[in-house]
Design a protein around this ligand. Sequence first.
Ligand SMILES: NC(=O)c1ccc[n+]([C@@H]2O[C@H](COP(=O)([O-])OP(=O)(O)OC[C@H]3O[C@@H](n4cnc5c(N)ncnc54)[C@H](O)[C@@H]3O)[C@@H](O)[C@H]2O)c1
Length: 375
Amino acid sequence: MVRVGVIGTGDVARKSYLPGLHDPESGIILQAVCDIAKERAEKAAKDFGAQAVYNDPKLMLEREELDFVFVLTPLLTHASLTRQVLEAGRHCYSEKPLTLSLKEADELAEIAERNKVLLLCAPIYPLLPIVQFIRQLIVNNALGKVAFVRAHSSHGGPDRGTFYTDPSSYFLSEKSGPYVPLYDMGVYALTFLTFVLGSVKRVFAMAGTAISERRIEKVVEQGFIPYTIKVTTKDNGFLLLDFGDGCFGCVDASFCMRYNRVPSYEFYGSHGSLTFDSWQNEIWLVSDVEGYKHPEGWHKVELPKEIQEGERELWGQRRPTMGQRVVEHFRQCLQTGKQSPIHVSRARHVIEVMEKALMSLETLQVQKLESELPK
Ligand SMILES: NC(=O)c1ccc[n+]([C@@H]2O[C@H](COP(=O)([O-])OP(=O)(O)OC[C@H]3O[C@@H](n4cnc5c(N)ncnc54)[C@H](O)[C@@H]3O)[C@@H](O)[C@H]2O)c1
């Protein structure tokens, strides 16, 4: 039996983690939910079946027997809450980004190790069968030597679409940091690319504020009144990456890409190219390599059945939800003792790429990375 606690019951908790999480038949008990906005926690408990409700994480950690705690709060709060969870000797999963600095990520990793608990970190890309499939194609040399990658890790900004709570904090540097689209969206591409290609050696970034006012229009929570805010974070930018051995990448991380019709990921190799549309779950490939050649050249890759099914289940209200997937993964980690691909040892490298990208914005100079991913 896994007894789960959730800190933060806002938009992502309601959309992606809480649905179906309380499932005693499959051995998952949603023991407690906690939010500083207590009415939100109470509503989440009612909607998703939590046994207890708190508005103070410290109290929840003191009083409840929890095996695994999700930290699903806003960007700049993850580090301190995760620290509390780990100090309380509980296994933990943090939404992204865990921290803004490598030093802080290392401190958290050290506490987890000392207390013999697991620290898992979003994004969960490395757990997804389709991402593992792409990695395998590249490891198997289906493209020859990969020389260039491009990733779109952007959208039009969280002022669009319907959020449960007010998403204005994503535009405010004081609430979410100096270049929010990097931690909010860029982190996906950086996790994906480093999982597939390995460590980044050097990074350079450019960023600025392109759209200085945003209108927050639609929020589901009752009592919301639309309003306009002044943007104080950089809402637009990109990173240039050096993976070493002549392999380079370009990642955009922006809230200013309202519409686009190109694939999310493009890999260019000496003997082939691959594109991946992460919204449609579509892979296109062209290759001269024996075993991957196709009479039509560019072709849509027929995904093995288990991958199609695994991916179809991921989104929306289908099962497993992200919460169920993470708990199931946690259970497997404990059973097998195997290192998780979303273990903090992976996240810390991506955190350093983002930290050094911010340094490069300040210094206007390319920054070298110190950390390396575990082999
Ligand atoms: N919303 C999305 O679509 C989405 C998608 C993927 C990842 N994320 C990530 O999920 C995290 C949360 O985002 P969100 O959109 O759900 O935000 P949100 O503002 O909707 O929800 C966060 C909740 O945390 C609560 N909270 C804040 N500080 C707290 C504290 N100290 N203790 C307890 N509760 C606290 C808030 O009251 C709020 O209810 C962010 O890191 C974000 O990057 C969000």
